[in-house]
Design a protein around this ligand. Structure first.
Ligand SMILES: Cc1ncc(C[n+]2csc(CCO)c2C)c(N)n1
Length: 226
């Protein structure tokens, strides 16, 4: 399965993750978003958990600011923190309010273990490693949604979840993915050399990427079980 072009590091890590990647980007939850068969209750449950997820994910991108070594790295990281807190989290608040879930109720959502495991894994990759380790853990989330959005934009037969699909399949998010992919290439070249596969750190970075991919799969699965 050929993927989108979000840079060299992503392409190689995606390939190394093998079937695990496919299990994430073609998960039954994703298929059900495309054909409209996903129950509304499952979608809202997912959105509520995703709000909690984004809180911790924003902290992980803030850690990327801390772990940056150049102004260019800082710019991408700080831009992502801003987009997450100012736009994406607000979008979730708006969607939930529109269907009758008040802000207080959303903010009081109890965090599911699958959700907790994922975000704390990402944060830990950053705490104990450098920006390369952190980006390997962040990449499946950011770039996987780009790949899912691009695919669903082409194949989705139903209009039910069209807004969600357009958010991630649209040109704005696709250019964010290219920017984050380029950041990965630059950050890795700086820390492990341009010949990624020749680095003694490569296998570990791929293992981090694969674990985060498995945790994304777990997040979709959690979405199917409100
Ligand atoms: C479980 C889960 N995984 C990925 C995303 C997608 N996502 C998270 S942050 C972000 C912006 C760029 O970092 C995007 C697109 C999500 N919402 N929830």
């Amino acid at each position: 399965m050929k993927g989108p072009d979000y840079g060299r590091a992503f392409g190689l890590m995606r390939e190394a993750a093998g079937d695990t990647w496919h299990g994430y980007v073609r998960h039954p939850f994703v298929q059900a978003l495309g054909d409209g068969s996903l129950p509304k209750a499952a979608f809202l449950h997912y959105l509520r958990q995703d709000y909690v997820f984004l809180t911790h994910f924003s902290r992980a991108w803030a850690l990327a600011v801390v772990k940056s070594e150049t102004h260019d790295e800082m710019l991408v990281a700080v831009g992502t923190v801003n987009a997450l807190v100012v736009e994406e989290m607000k979008l979730h608040v708006g969607i939930c309010e529109a269907v009758g879930i008040a802000q207080e109720e959303l903010f009081a959502t109890a965090e599911r273990p699958e959700n907790l495991a994922y975000t704390r894994f990402v944060l830990e990759a950053g705490y104990s490693g450098d920006l390369a380790d952190l980006l390997a853990a962040l990449a499946p989330c950011v770039l996987g949604y780009g790949e899912i959005g691009a695919w669903l934009s082409q194949v989705a037969a139903s209009k039910t979840y069209r807004d969600w699909i357009d958010t991630y399949g649209g040109p704005d998010y696709q250019s964010t993915c290219k920017e984050v992919g380029a950041l990965m290439d630059q950050a890795l070249s700086r820390r492990i050399g341009a010949d990624f596969k020749a680095s003694p750190r490569w296998d570990r970075l791929c293992a981090t990427f694969r674990t985060a991919t498995e945790l994304e799969q777990g997040f979709w699965q959690m979405g199917l079980t409100p």
